[in-house]
Design a protein around this ligand. Structure first.
Ligand code: DQA
Length: 152
């Protein structure tokens, strides 16, 4: 795979508070530490990653729009917007960039309102419940998909 392959990593609302926020559920790593783990993984996979966090739905949508013809894949933890945002799902559907959905916690072990994801039907797949490793596993799965499905 060319080193030019670029993946946008999008972190949604409240993920800037990782480390502080409900560590029993989300772990003790900060967002910077999660991004550092991802950087190590990206180097091993020979891909570039660009990471972005926003607490605002519109900013996440803009980031998805801006990724058109810039990034070949999207790795997204949309936080609570996973369960509420048709607009983020529509944005992902519009740009048609292969997307993997990740969650730190196992959303299916938690409250019923977290069991539904608007993103899941348009994602290649979802990884949930492995803490920060969900991101690394997700990146690996996404790069594997991009490698197996090169754009014509
Ligand atoms: C989360 C799960 C969501 O339900 C929650 O709202 C989050 C984080 C996770 O990574 O486990 O903000 O996406």
């Amino acid at each position: 795979m060319s080193v030019q392959t670029s993946v946008l990593v999008l972190h949604g609302p409240n993920l800037n508070l990782l480390g502080l926020r409900e560590p029993n559920i989300y772990g003790r790593l900060t967002l910077d530490e999660v991004d550092s783990l991802l950087l190590v993984e990206s180097i091993a996979l020979s891909v570039e990653i660009v990471t972005q966090q926003s607490n605002h739905e519109g900013e996440l949508i803009d980031a998805i729009h801006n990724s058109y013809q810039k990034h070949q894949g999207i790795l997204i933890n949309a936080g609570a917007y996973t369960h509420t945002s048709l607009a983020i799902a529509d944005a992902l559907k519009s740009v048609r960039i292969p997307t993997v959905e990740v969650h730190l916690s196992n959303i299916y072990q938690r409250e019923a309102f977290r069991h539904h994801s608007f993103i899941a039907p348009i994602a290649i797949g979802q990884i949930s419940g492995f803490g920060a490793q969900s991101y690394c596993l997700g990146l690996r799965a996404l790069v594997g998909y991009l490698r197996d499905n090169p754009k014509l």
